[in-house]
Design a protein around this ligand. Structure first.
Ligand SMILES: CC(=O)N[C@H]1[C@@H](OP(=O)(O)OP(=O)(O)OC[C@H]2O[C@@H](n3ccc(=O)[nH]c3=O)[C@H](O)[C@@H]2O)O[C@H](CO)[C@@H](O)[C@@H]1O
Ligand SMILES: C=C(OP(=O)(O)O)C(=O)O
Length: 432
């Protein structure tokens, strides 16, 4: 088992580049199932564990796929196999995004139930409600969801109870090949939804309104392969922005697109961080004294839950009391105990974490409880006294490419090392 070892005290300086977005590439890869003709080529595909998992899921379904040097190619002309087994879905919940494309393309899907995970129970009722409204029969049993439709899915009016990112994507992909028009209301407005809609439209779909609260999809009979470039990862970019601010550093984050990062930029500026917006990225200059802020996570364009743990790290260094309220996931404070091990002063009150700073963080052994928590703990280690070791790196590897190397290049004293055997005893398989 490996771990990341951080020796705190360095100020980050230089330039770092964000990869293609994990949360954009996964639905786009799933959407490549919809093309019955040609080979899709996707650019800026990051070499992440989740990308390899999705590649394996598609290959399991009998697609021809290849991935090299950031370019993913996918051909779905073969007879497709309609199932995604538990061995993939347990590694990555986003495997469930193949359900909409499978139903639309071959009228059947047999997908393992995603189940709960480290950040909450994460039900899929909104996805299923959408498929049923479009005429699919859905049965849940023995750990699997079986869905089928006679003939084509039918366009429908669907109102989501909550603007779920995954449900919006899954239903949008299904509706692209449905008969008639689908109107999806109260949908997610995340930039990743727009990235998916652009790919679908390049395939010949008629999707309008992505990035707003209502999406209209006029179904077409067939879709063809297309070329598409994945947007930069706003969460990876945001993570480096926080790392820069945390260490009173001066870092240019290439690929930090300001239009995707408005809620983060607003809060960091409130804390006193200097942010210069440029066309392709942002320069972040950390102040000597950080002010505390209150933050509530919300669906886009609200503050992203995927930046909550990183902001917790930053708030430990603010002078005064700040608060983080998590409204998107029911249980996304597992990292608080790990932060406490680093001597942070954090109290949980219902769905909020109250952080008193500035804390003199002290290096300790901590475990990544989920993907963003892992990144946040490494960042906390950058300002902690002594050595911080972060274990359970499989979480970090789901969403960050060469995380420690990118930090090293900015001047951090960080390395990835082999843990002594038996040292890392919490190796649960389920990564998500
Ligand atoms: C691969 C990917 O893109 N992952 C992102 C996606 O996850 P994901 O698509 O799973 O997140 P959702 O937006 O669907 O979930 C948000 C909330 O809605 C609830 N819910 C969702 C679906 C449903 O059918 N019923 C239901 O109750 C969930 O339990 C959660 O509490 O959006 C999240 C919210 O921005 C991000 O944190 C994840 O990084
Ligand atoms: C929660 C996340 O991802 P996933 O939905 O894939 O678990 C994340 O990217 O922070």
């Amino acid at each position: 088992m490996e771990k990341i070892l951080v020796r705190g005290g360095q100020r980050l300086q230089g330039t770092v580049k964000a990869e293609g977005a994990k949360n954009a590439v996964l639905p786009v890869m799933a959407a490549s199932l919809l093309a019955d003709e040609g080979t899709s080529t996707l650019y800026d595909v990051p070499p992440l564990a989740d990308v390899y998992t999705m590649q394996n899921v598609l290959a399991h379904m009998n697609m021809d796929v290849s991935y090299q040097d950031g370019v993913f190619q996918a051909n779905a002309e073969n007879t497709l196999r309609p199932d995604a087994p538990f061995e993939y879905v347990r590694k990555m919940r986003a495997s469930f995004l193949v359900m909409g494309p499978l139903l639309a393309r071959i009228g059947r899907a047999h997908i393992a139930l995603p189940g709960g995970c480290a950040i909450g129970s994460r039900p899929i009722d909104q996805h299923l409600k959408g498929f049923e409204a479009m005429g699919a029969e859905v049965e849940v049993g023995q750990g699997y969801i079986e869905a089928k439709v006679n003939g084509r899915l039918q366009g429908a009016k669907i109102y989501l109870d909550f603007p779920s990112v995954g449900a919006t994507e899954n239903i949008m992909m299904a509706a692209a090949l449905a008969e008639g028009t689908t109107t999806l209301e109260n949908v997610a407005e995340e930039p990743e939804i727009v990235c998916l809609a652009n790919y679908l439209n390049a395939m010949g779909a008629k999707v309008r309104g992505a990035g707003t609260g209502t999406i209209r999809i006029e179904g077409v009979e067939r879709l063809h392969a297309a070329e598409h470039t994945i947007i930069p990862d706003r969460i990876e970019a945001g993570t480096f922005m926080v790392a820069a601010a945390m260490t009173a550093g001066d870092v240019y984050v290439d690929g930090a697109w300001s239009e995707h990062l408005r809620p983060l930029v607003a809060k960091m500026r409130e804390m006193g961080v200097v942010i210069e917006e440029e066309e392709e990225g942002m320069r972040v200059i950390g102040p000597d004294i950080l002010r505390p802020v209150d933050i509530k996570t919300m669906p886009h364009p609200g503050f992203p839950t995927d930046m909550q743990a990183q902001m917790m790290a930053l708030l430990t260094q603010a002078t005064g009391t700040g608060m983080l309220t998590e409204t998107v996931f029911e249980n996304r404070f597992m990292h608080v105990e790990e932060f406490q091990r680093l001597n942070a002063s954090i109290k949980i009150e219902d769905r909020s974490a109250v952080i008193s700073g500035p804390s003199r963080l002290q290096g300790a052994e901590v475990a990544a409880t989920d993907l963003r928590a892992g990144a946040a703990l490494v960042i906390a280690g950058l300002v902690a006294e002594g050595e911080t070791t972060v274990t359970e790196l499989r979480h970090i590897d789901r969403g960050y490419v060469d995380f420690h190397e990118k930090l090293q290049a900015l001047g951090a004293d960080v390395e990835r090392i082999e843990a002594a055997s038996g040292e890392d005893t919490h190796d649960h398989e389920a990564a998500n």
